[in-house]
Structure formats: structure tokens, C-alpha cells
Design a binder for this molecule. Structure first.
Ligand code: G3I
Length: 380
């Protein structure tokens, strides 16, 4: 379990905020610090600042991204390497290398280490996806959770036990798990995770959890677990947002509603697309192919300053809310370290150039990063 070095991080924060120890102390201390205070350091008094880590940071291919991660962040989440299709691609055949490297990185850096994700309908191997027998599916789930959560027992600080089990109207997604096992699978997988690693926090994670109907679904899951005497420690709001939405009021109402059930709230996959999407276009057929469309990929050569400022404004608006709700929020994780890594360069349209994160393709901090640092400095 990670207890990040609050003393050092807090000192960094105090130095950065200009209310630290005397000049003599600061100069001595500053000479000992490897670099100026970071995002993780200045927000350490409020919540962890995390980033999704991919294979390229773990195998050394993206050393620049890894350097940013180690300097700026205090928590990590595996973008893909711990997903079922990657870690157990066939029944009883496990691929541990990348997941081991991920956990080792988190331990070396003394970070809050998240496991993502034990049970998800997507990125499932066919042997699971095509199971129709309830007993067989329960066996697959039990074997997977015991193997994966068991291997990293005492090392993973919090598991996304269940990811994206809801539809937009708050009803249960018709995943193979729900279709074959019904609602009971939710109780069973959380109970098993709690048994296998009793010290890890246990989360339900989903997107669009600002949506009032879906919010009710997430609250139903939390209460289902609590009514069955099974622990749920947190609800993860993925927060794949954009420059114009969702409204801050919806996000605030969801944070309050989840906190009212007694769980922690985490922002788990934060990014802000700056590109238009097919569904934004009046009357556009969503299946219409936009891959070569300049209209849908307006900034192939770089992001105009005006949009950089809008991105900074939107991140500031969100972080003002997260600071307002910091008693409920334990972590804010960005879904990537820098723009070149973002899944949003390829979704929902392949081959675009998006700019959703705090570091650019030259691994430099963007205006949005500077704005969040200023926000922390002016925090009351
Ligand atoms: O590693 C292979 C590579 O060998 C191959 O050449 C390449 C082309 O086929 O595919 C690579 O795998 C891709 C993988 O990302 C790693 O880049 C998969 O095809 C691709 O599907 C996968 O996408 C991931 C997506 O989840 C899958 O649904 C994204 O990186 C990842 O950011 C995204 O993350 C999800 C969260 O887990 C859950 N919440 C939503 C979020 C966005 O979809």
C-alpha cells in the first residue's frame, strides 16, 4: 500500500506556494529537490494526481513520457496491460510481464497503484465472451480474479473491480456476465475481490456518470453491494469530457450523490477532446466515414492558441470543482501522460490529431498545466 511521502510533497507545495520555511531553509531544501514542484506535489494535500500508463512507458520506448510520469504524477493506472484479453488471453495462459513491470514501476515511484480492470465486457477473450453456461462463467470469473488480484495482493492500492456495467438509462448493460448470471455477478465479483485482497480498495468505474439516469444506476450498484454486506470503497467517474460539456452542475450533483452513499469519489480517466465528433453534427449519420474529413480533424499541424486557452479554461473549471469537493475526491487521474499517447487520436475516428491532455507532443507542459499549477498556488 502506498503512503506517498507527504512530507516532501507538502514541502514542495509550501515552497511553490511561497509560504514555506525561511529562505535559508528553502535554498538548502531546494538544492536537494530534483526539480521544481509538480502537479502531483502541489495537489498532494487534496488528492492524488494520476495518469494512465501504457506498454510504451513500461518497455522504455517512451522514455520522455516516463520522465513526465515520474515527475508530475502520484498515481498510475494501467491503460491496457491488465485487461483480461492481455493478461489471460486463453484459459489458464497468463501474460504477466507487462503487468509485473507496471506494478514494479508504481512501487519504485511510491505511487498509488490502481488495477484496471478485473471485470469488463470489452477486451474480453473469446473463451469468456462466448460462454453461455452459468457455472462455467462463474468459474472463469473466479479463476481470473483469484489469479490476478491474488498475484498483486498487497501491491495494488485500488481495483477497478467492475467497469462499465450500465447503459445510459441506468439499466444493466447486456454483457455476457449480466445475460448469463444476472445482477448477482456484481455481488459475487466484489465479494471475491474483497476476499482475495482485503487491503485493496474496491471500485465501480464507468463513463458518463454525470448523467442523472446513469448516476441512479451507479448508486443502485453501490447500495446492492452494501445491502449484501460487500465492500465498495469508491465510484470512479471516468470523465471523458469535452470543451463544452458536461455542465459543471451535473458533475457536482453526481459527486455529491455518490459521496452520500458513503463511498469515495475518483475522477479516473480525465481527458478533454478538442475535436468535433460525428454525433455533434446535426443529421450526420454516425456510421458515416469521416476518416479523411478536414472538418473533423481541424488541427493536424498544431493547436491554435485560442483553443489552448479554451482547454485551460475548461480544465480550470473542472479543477475548481474538484478542489471544492476535495473531501470526497481522493484521486484525479488523466487518461494518458501526453497528447501523442491519447486514445482520442483514434476514437471515434481513426487518424486524427487530438490535444486532450496536459503535455503536448514535444513532452512540454501546455497552458492547461500552467493554469492548474496557478490554481493550486492561489488555493485558499
Ligand atoms: O497492442 C496492439 C498492437 O499490437 C496492434 O498492432 C494494434 C492495432 O491492432 O492494437 C493494439 O492494441 C490496441 C490497444 O488499445 C493498445 O494500443 C487495441 O487494438 C485497442 O482496442 C486498445 O484501445 C484501448 C481501449 O480502451 C479498448 O477499448 C485504449 O488504448 C484505451 O485507452 C481504452 O481505455 C478505455 C478504458 O479501459 C475504460 N474506459 C474507456 C476507455 C476508452 O475507451
Amino acid at each position: 500500500m502506498r503512503l506517498i511521502n507527504y512530507g516532501f510533497l507538502l514541502l514542495c507545495s509550501l515552497i511553490y506556494l511561497g509560504c514555506g520555511p525561511s529562505t535559508a531553509d528553502v535554498s538548502e531544501t531546494a538544492s536537494n529537490t530534483e526539480s521544481a514542484p509538480s502537479l502531483g506535489a502541489v495537489y498532494a494535500p487534496n488528492f492524488y494526481i494520476g495518469a494512465a500508463v501504457n506498454r510504451v512507458q513500461l518497455d522504455g520506448t517512451d522514455s520522455a513520457g516516463l520522465a513526465i510520469l515520474e515527475r508530475e504524477f502520484t498515481s498510475i493506472t494501467p491503460e491496457n496491460v491488465m485487461k483480461w484479453e492481455n493478461i489471460q488471453p486463453e484459459a489458464n495462459r497468463f501474460e504477466w510481464d507487462m503487468a509485473d513491470a507496471y506494478v514494479e514501476l508504481g512501487e519504485q515511484q511510491d505511487m498509488w497503484i490502481v488495477g484496471h480492470t478485473l471485470v469488463w465486457h470489452s477486451q474480453l477473450p473469446d473463451y469468456v465472451k462466448e460462454t453461455t453456461d452459468p457455472d462455467q462463467l462463474r468459474t472463469y470469473l473466479e479463476e481470473h480474479i483469484r489469479a490476478v488480484a491474488g498475484r498483486y495482493k498487497g501491491k495494488i492500492d485500488g481495483w477497478d473491480v467492475l467497469n462499465e456495467a450500465l447503459n445510459e438509462d441506468g439499466s444493466y448493460r447486456e454483457s455476457v456476465f449480466y445475460k448469463v448470471l444476472g445482477e448477482q455477478y456484481i455481488v459475487d465479483v466484489f465479494r471475491l475481490a474483497q476476499e482475495v485482497d482485503p487491503d485493496a480498495e474496491l471500485y465501480y468505474n464507468d463513463y458518463n456518470l454525470n448523467n442523472p439516469e446513469k448516476r441512479e444506476g451507479a448508486i443502485r450498484i453501490a447500495k446492492l453491494l452494501q445491502d449484501n454486506g460487500v465492500r465498495i470503497d469508491g465510484i470512479g467517474m471516468q470523465a471523458h469530457y469535452n470543451l463544452n460539456g458536461p455542465p459543471i452542475s451535473q458533475v457536482r450533483n453526481s459527486i455529491d450523490a455518490y459521496a452520500a452513499t458513503g463511498v469515495k469519489v475518483m475522477i479516473t480517466e480525465l481527458d478533454l477532446t478538442v475535436l468535433p465528433n460525428p454525433w455533434d453534427l446535426e443529421g450526420a449519420a454516425v456510421e458515416q466515414n469521416f476518416e479523411e474529413s478536414e472538418m473533423m480533424n481541424p488541427y493536424p499541424g498544431g493547436l491554435p492558441d485560442s483553443v489552448q486557452i479554451r482547454l485551460a479554461d475548461r480544465y480550470e473549471e473542472l479543477f475548481r470543482l474538484f478542489l471544492e469537493k476535495h473531501e470526497h475526491i481522493t484521486r484525479v487521474t488523466f487518461w494518458g501522460i501526453h497528447d501523442n499517447q491519447s486514445w482520442l487520436n483514434g476514437w471515434p475516428i481513426r487518424g486524427r490529431t487530438n490535444y486532450p491532455l496536459l503535455f503536448d507532443r514535444q513532452f512540454k507542459p501546455k497552458k492547461a498545466h500552467e493554469r492548474l499549477m496557478q490554481l493550486a498556488a492561489n488555493r485558499d
